[in-house]
Design a protein around this ligand. Structure first.
Ligand code: PMP
Ligand code: G9A
Length: 444
């Protein structure tokens, strides 16, 4: 189609259903939207697109998944759990029993907030894992915690509102809030995560400028993408600042259940004394992402507004997934399985850190996560990781360019490496190939 050739000539990658047309060598690796199947009709569909859909852009993580699915690349990109972490036999048995025992309910429509059978199980599971669920809290189930972010954005944010977040921050949050027209104030990180001393400076300056800040969004434990974990003093400082500046705090926490090195830290939700924290998590990393089951726990007035938004989106979260997860929680299957997941990911984290140490050239730095699925890498200034990705793909390895995680630009010399999905051998070889691409990039 003429349109595709034009896009490719303009330096775009055009990912169509049948081929991956790489842009000319050396051009920036840009993610185009899907422009339709070759041979499609000649209708100009773009004139039908909404302003909303024209304002949003594809997720680099999701787009890279399409390259990975085509095979023969080592993926250090998407944060896919190791399939061995899915307790398949137990899930199969539970699904059968749940349909036999609760079929009429488990296969039926259910309340928007969630099935009480699951909500009860989740409350007990959360408390067992040190997450405070107070009497004044509400809980809502969502289609993954990605939907919790989307719904929260629509319930709380107006165009022009500010969200404060660490930099880099979670790409999925940027995606979820993008359509709202929100603006960001960013706070730098160090090896312990968000610099709350800098947070204080950002808030003080914003107040003097009369900016309307609604919330602080953070991933305090095993950060995605940085891999950092906020120490207790900074957690307390962050909550004090939220109190002082009258802000809400969104604690996005998919990973604390599987942190494979102990740290004496408590969830912000548990430290919160003034009802400012909305805590969100998911079964994606402790059971299976394909169940698409996440949740938000927070002050009931906020949860009620999220419930209104969710009613408009999908009526309710999968009833069957909730019954399966409730049984997995109540039977202790998740708790029994967590030590295996921790061992699995610690081994892979160690493989990645060893490979980085062995292969990376001078000037490359990286984080040393105590859990989660990612290592964050800083390349020497002047190396553009999006261009490097082009070379990496030619060598059969992919990673996520770091600028995807920067709300207001920057991060061109950074990248995120995933260790949960590849084997230790693939991690080692993938890092070796990236290091080779860096050396070739530097050689010009
Ligand atoms: C910080 C963070 N928040 C939210 C999510 C979304 O998780 P899910 O939608 O699978 O529950 C992820 C998954 N990568 C994540 O890393
Ligand atoms: O890599 C991530 O952070 C998110 C993974 C979930 C997804 O596949 O989009």
């Amino acid at each position: 189609m003429a349109g595709i050739a034009t896009l490719v000539a303009a330096g775009y990658h055009v990912i169509t259903s049948s081929s991956l047309a790489l842009s000319p060598p050396g051009q920036a690796f840009k993610f185009a939207e899907i422009v339709g199947k070759p041979g499609a009709s000649i209708v100009d569909y773009s004139k039908f697109f909404s302003e909303y859909v024209n304002a949003i852009k594809a997720s680099d993580i999701r787009e890279l998944l399409k390259i990975v699915e085509k095979g023969n690349v080592i993926s250090l990109a998407g944060g896919l759990p190791d399939p061995r972490s899915f307790p398949k036999e137990e899930i199969a048995r539970i699904a059968m029993e749940v349909i036999e025992r609760f079929g009429e309910k488990a296969l039926q429509y259910s309340p928007t907030r969630g099935v009480s059978y699951f909500l009860e199980a989740l409350k007990n599971f959360s408390k067992r894992h040190g997450i405070a669920v107070n009497d004044e809290d509400g809980i809502i189930t969502t289609v993954g915690s990605q939907q919790a972010l989307y719904i929260l954005g629509r319930a709380l944010l107006n165009p022009g509102d500010y969200v404060v977040t660490e930099e880099p921050t979670y790409l999925g949050m940027l995606q979820a809030f993008r359509g709202v027209g929100v603006r960001y104030l960013t706070v730098p990180i160090d090896e312990d995560g968000m610099r709350t001393d800098k947070l204080e400076e950002v808030l003080k300056k914003a107040k003097s400028e009369g900016l309307r800040i609604k919330m602080i969004y953070t991933v305090p434990t095993c950060h995605n993408p940085a891999g950092t974990t906020l120490p207790m003093d900074r957690r307390r400082h962050l909550l004090e600042l939220a109190e002082e500046y009258d802000l809400l705090v969104v604690e996005d926490d998919p990973y604390s259940f599987i942190a494979f090195e102990e740290r004496d830290v408590k969830p912000l939700k548990t430290l919160d004394r003034s009802g400012r924290v909305i805590y969100m998590s998911t079964v994606s990393k402790i059971l299976a992402p394909g169940l698409r089951l996440g949740w938000a726990i927070g002050p009931d007035p906020l949860i009620s507004k999220m419930e209104l938004v969710k009613q408009e989106i999908d009526l309710h979260t999968s009833t069957l997934s909730q019954y399966i997860a409730a049984e997995a929680m109540n039977r202790g299957i998740i708790d029994k399985h967590i030590p295996f997941i921790k061992r699995l990911y610690r081994e892979k984290r160690d493989a990645m850190l060893a490979a980085l140490e062995e292969y990376m050239p001078e000037g490359v730095k990286w984080t040393k996560p105590i859990g989660g699925l990612f290592v964050w890498v800083w390349l020497p200034e002047g190396i553009n990781s999006r261009k490097l990705l082009q070379k990496a793909i030619e060598k059969g390895v992919v990673f996520v360019p770091g600028d995807s995680f920067y709300p207001s630009g920057g991060g061109e010399n950074t990248m995120r490496l995933n260790f949960s999905y590849p084997s230790p051998e693939e991690i080692r070889e993938g890092v070796r190939r990236i290091a080779e691409a860096i050396k070739e990039y530097k050689a010009g």
